[in-house]
Write a protein that binds this ligand. Structure first.
Ligand SMILES: [Zn+2]
Length: 269
């Protein structure tokens, strides 16, 4: 069965200016993975086997700001849950139409269409072809401007007993942070468990960075097969892996790809 996509609304037909891409904390090449791998603090993070906190009958709800965030944040967890027979709902907050704004000739609506297709292919490669995708169609780059609408939507979707995963509310990308905040509100109301995954934090922070509450991170160990599945799934997101222009690199650079080889995923609880 292919992934099921439900549509709420289409993204706006706009080409955002280049400044829409500027995220003050996401610059340069980011902290290399070798720096993280030689840091003992990473080894000190408590690891929790999935059997200890998630029953296969529980629903996994992944609130993804952009297509590909579900893989970067928790692709291993999704694959594990699917392999145990669990069901997953991906709430697709935006279609990622602003990733090339101001630096390429892509029209926003065309890019959104491409990225929706990449997402479905990625889920299929992850072993999650039956995943339901619930599109919200909020504007990429301005989720915070629709924070109330997002939280209302999530309150309708999330229910007691779900495990909800989204991006960390201090991740350094405004859309990621808005999703973290809205999910916290919705999960608080439904009394369900929320895990917030750092995605861009690994890019801008450094080992032991005092801005990061390291003591609140837990790890989920992955098999080499699950790691390989994540890599195959991310490869479906070609629009994010190719240079965006003659002098503009891909959205996901070498440091992000190296992080995908990790044998653990990490979540703030
Ligand atoms: Zn993102």
């Amino acid at each position: 069965m292919g992934a099921l996509e439900s549509v709420v609304m289409d993204p706006p037909e706009v080409d955002l200016p280049a400044h829409a891409l500027e995220q003050p904390r996401i610059r340069d090449d980011g902290t290399p993975e070798t720096t993280w791998q030689t840091w003992q603090g990473l080894d000190a993070i408590e690891s929790l086997p999935i059997e200890k906190w998630m029953h296969p009958a529980m629903r996994l709800v992944v609130v993804a700001p952009h297509p590909d965030d579900e893989i970067l944040a928790c692709g291993g967890l999704m694959a594990m849950h699917a392999a145990r027979g669990g069901s997953t709902l991906v709430v697709a907050v935006t279609d990622g139409e602003a990733s090339h704004a101001g630096v390429s000739s892509w029209r926003a609506t065309k890019l959104a269409e491409v990225r929706r297709t990449e997402r479905l292919q990625g889920l299929s490669r992850l072993g999650c072809a039956g995943t339901e995708v619930h599109r919200l169609g909020l504007p990429d780059g301005n989720v915070a401007g629709h924070a109330t609408a997002l939280e209302e939507q999530l309150r309708r979707v999330v229910r007691w007993g779900d495990i909800v995963v989204t991006t960390w509310r201090r991740d350094g990308h405004p859309d990621h942070e808005a999703c973290g905040d809205a999910a916290a509100g919705a999960c608080g109301a439904a009394h369900c468990c929320l895990l917030q995954a750092p995605v861009w934090m690994w890019h801008w922070s450094r080992p032991g960075d005092p801005q990061v509450p390291w003591h609140r991170l837990v790890g989920l160990g992955l098999t080499s097969r699950e790691v390989a599945g994540k890599q195959r799934a991310l490869a479906a997101h070609a629009s994010q892996l190719e240079p965006r222009g003659s002098a503009v690199g891909p959205v996901l650079g070498p440091a992000m790809l190296e992080r995908l080889t990790r044998r653990s995923e990490y979540f703030f609880v």
